[in-house]
Write a protein that binds this ligand. Structure first.
Ligand code: FMN
Length: 188
């Protein structure tokens, strides 16, 4: 379906290759409508490893995989297709690239183009505390120790224009609720 055939403006959701709160992110995504999903190449692999599927999505949801060098689907940001970008979960790799202003794949491009078109982004940066527990593909919990550079990048991204960085699923739910309210009041 082309951008002129779908209901707009819509939510955009970028999935990256982080296993941290991957399943919970999919649950939240299923509640948003209308929606487009942008899947990084690593996220595609992680989906399989955690035995997850992009299913039970709202009707009309489009899924864009990272298949082009120029991130063709980002054109939608220039056509006013999106009112909000959510990126969750966000790997430390994608956070680092975004902080450096790099946009060399689908996930980093949607974040960069959202910023350049003044579309607000909500980013769940998973590496936000010095010690954490994360679920491995076999459902066992693993302890991780994000490095100083990871924590510093998360802090820096919070200073970017049109960006709200959240550090837990609870904060992500609150930010989504606030955004929904804001969209409702601006349309009434
Ligand atoms: C099972 C699995 C889980 C992973 N979980 C994380 C994670 O929680 N956080 C993270 O930063 N990277 C994680 N990675 C590594 C990323 O997938 C890797 O850095 C990848 O290059 C990220 O690409 P992307 O940022 O383009 O999606 C995980 C990799 C695998 C195989």
């Amino acid at each position: 379906m082309t951008n002129s055939d779908v209901k707009t403006p819509r939510y955009g959701w970028a999935l990256t290759g982080s296993g941290h709160f991957f399943k919970e992110s999919l649950e939240l995504m299923r509640e948003l409508e209308p929606l487009d999903i942008f899947v990084s190449a690593a996220a595609e692999e992680v989906l399989n490893m955690y035995k997850q599927k992009l299913d039970q999505l709202p009707p009309g949801t489009r899924i864009f995989k990272d298949r082009t060098a120029s991130a063709v689907p980002v054109g939608g940001f220039y056509q006013g297709v999106y009112h909000t970008l959510i990126m969750s979960p966000t790997s430390s790799n994608t956070i680092a690239k975004c902080v450096a202003g790099i946009s060399d794949n689908l996930a980093t491009n949607v974040y960069a183009q959202a910023g350049k078109t003044r579309v607000p982004s909500i980013v769940f940066a998973c590496d936000n505390k010095p010690e954490d527990l994360t679920e491995a593909p076999r459902e066992n919990m693993v302890k991780v120790y994000p490095r100083k550079i990871d924590l510093e990048n998360t802090r820096k991204l919070g200073e970017f224009e049109y960006t709200t960085v959240v550090e837990s699923i609870e904060e992500l739910k609150q930010a989504l609720m606030a955004r929904r309210e804001c969209l409702k009041s601006s349309s009434s």
